[in-house]
Write a protein that binds this ligand. Structure first.
Ligand code: AMP
Ligand code: MG
Length: 471
């Protein structure tokens, strides 16, 4: 542990009301559930360290070396459309940077931003974040990641029940949110604070913009582009985030803050995964529109340092650009590489058939990547398969080549909610094997994994699980 040097010098670049130093409050009898060896390797964490009790203590915030001074970020946000000025890392502590990843523990106790919360994260929500962030990474979708997870004997109250407290060690190239800029906008020296924060973000995630005269407008344009890409990727795998508040939107274009998310199983444009979202504000089909709305908030708060008109005009093109990118990805998922004037119609008809016949979204793409067009015997999709087969006649790549390319974009495995629930139920009993099995699947969802074949199928009679925000 003595050798672990984490850099926090970057903090000097932002105004000190953007963060507070906080001491971690360790959990009782911490136990390691899982360590992400792939990521540990990538950031050159010593393998002896991650296999030692020191690593568990590190995640738990015990015996931190003097060079580590944990801090929590302040931010504001729009939650379900309403401005909330005083948010922040209510249960997360930043420890510093190691090889471009900033390490953060989630669930380490109260901070000045905890409001009514207890600063803790329950085991189920920590396992869901740990596995899903790696699953998104495995799918090639920009995301924060997770390096390890611990359980404990500390109990926390949720509703009328007690649950086990847990901590996830998260890692990200950036923790700056749209809400971080809203916080700067609300401060006394807004112009200076906004500039410092924007420069900080440029250093961290957009270094090529550093020398430009109009760097703040360019920064906004690039955030828009990254968000478009993120939305196209989310929609293409049926990912529903569930809480797209501006404080949960990464200014570096990453998937951030895994709460009540879900991969959509039976295709449904109106799917809402968050039990607290009664009006369906964050439904599957709304996600790109919400992202654009969130970007309009960002344009407003950046207006003291960048041209608001230019930023808004750029954001006006969000949906057009999103559709272009989304349809391009969908074409690849279908193995269509030539251009045909009717491709958009073909894709829209596919969505209608998937919706009308409640077909499992990701299994559908995996099946057609194996050349199986007979697996569903329903009228609408059979009609669509006819159109699709005709369209494939216009392709020039061989069938084998097509299937091989399709299997690199259509995952064989997605972490379905019932799988996560099984892993959680077992972990509550102290058995962490499923968490570790699913980590293996998550990190390479396109591989064959013959021993996990049964997880390729939707679970029959599974009641879709809905989670709420508070976990
Ligand atoms: P979310 O929408 O889940 O990202 O959470 C919104 C805000 O509530 C963030 O500032 C979180 O840090 C904070 N929060 C969520 N859960 C807790 C908790 N158990 N204790 C303290 N703060 C929390
Ligand atoms: Mg959040």
């Amino acid at each position: 542990m003595k050798n672990l040097q984490l850099d926090t010098t970057f903090l000097k670049k932002i105004n000190n009301d953007h963060y507070s130093f906080v001491d971690p409050k360790p959990l009782k009898n911490p136990k390691l559930i899982s360590v992400n060896r792939a990521l540990a390797n990538e950031i050159t964490l010593n393998s002896h360290f991650i296999d030692s009790v020191e690593f568990v203590k590190f995640i738990n915030g015990e015996n931190l070396t003097d060079n580590i001074k944990p801090f929590s970020y302040a931010y504001s946000g729009h939650q379900f459309g309403f401005h909330v000025p005083n948010l922040g890392d209510g249960r997360a502590l930043n420890l510093g940077k190691l090889n471009s990843y900033q390490l953060q523990t989630k669930g380490s106790g109260i901070t000045p931003y905890s409001r009514d919360g207890d600063g803790r994260a329950v085991l189920r929500s920590s396992i869901r974040e740990y596995l899903l962030s790696e699953a998104m990474y495995g799918l090639g979708i920009p995301t924060t990641r997770a390096l390890g997870i611990i359980s404990s004997d500390t109990k926390v109250y949720r509703g009328y029940e007690t649950e086990k407290a847990s901590i996830v060690l998260r890692a990200s190239t950036s923790w700056i949110r749209f809400g971080s800029f809203e916080f700067a906008y609300n401060s006394e020296n807004k112009e200076e604070n906004l500039k410092n924060l924007a420069d900080f973000l440029i250093d961290e995630s957009y270094p090529h913009l550093k020398e430009l005269d109009n760097k703040y407008e360019e920064l906004y344009f690039e955030i828009v582009d990254k968000t478009i890409e993120l939305m196209a990727l989310w929609q293409s795998v049926g990912f529903c985030h569930g809480v797209m508040n501006t404080d949960n939107m990464s200014a570096a274009g990453l998937t951030i803050d895994y709460g009540p998310y879900a991969f959509m199983e039976e295709f449904d444009q109106g799917y809402v995964c968050n039990l607290s979202d009664k009006e369906g504000r964050y439904s599957f089909t709304n996600q790109p529109f919400i992202a654009q709305w969130n970007l309009s908030v960002l344009a407003k708060v950046l207006s003291p340092i960048a041209d608001e008109g230019l930023m808004n005009s750029y954001n006006d093109h969000f949906i057009g650009k999103f559709k272009k990118r989304y349809f391009a990805i969908m074409k690849e998922k279908l193995g269509l590489y030539n251009n045909d004037i009717d491709d958009t119609t073909l894709i829209l008809r596919m969505f209608s058939a998937l919706q009308a016949e409640s077909i499992d979204y990701n299994s559908f793409f995996y099946k057609i990547s194996c050349g199986d067009f007979e697996f569903i015997n329903r009228v609408q999709i059979k009609g669509w398969f006819k159109l699709y087969k005709n369209r494939l006649e216009h392709e020039t790549v061989s069938k084998e080549e097509r299937f091989s390319r399709m299997k690199k974009i259509n995952p064989k495995f997605v972490l379905r909610n019932y799988m996560l629930q099984d892993a959680i139920d077992k972990a509550e009993q102290g058995d962490y094997t499923l968490v570790n099995d699913f980590l293996e699947i998550a990190q390479d969802p396109f591989a064959d994994h013959p021993k996990y074949e049964h997880y390729t199928k939707p679970k029959p009679n599974w009641e879709p699980l809905k989670c709420s925000c508070s976990s």
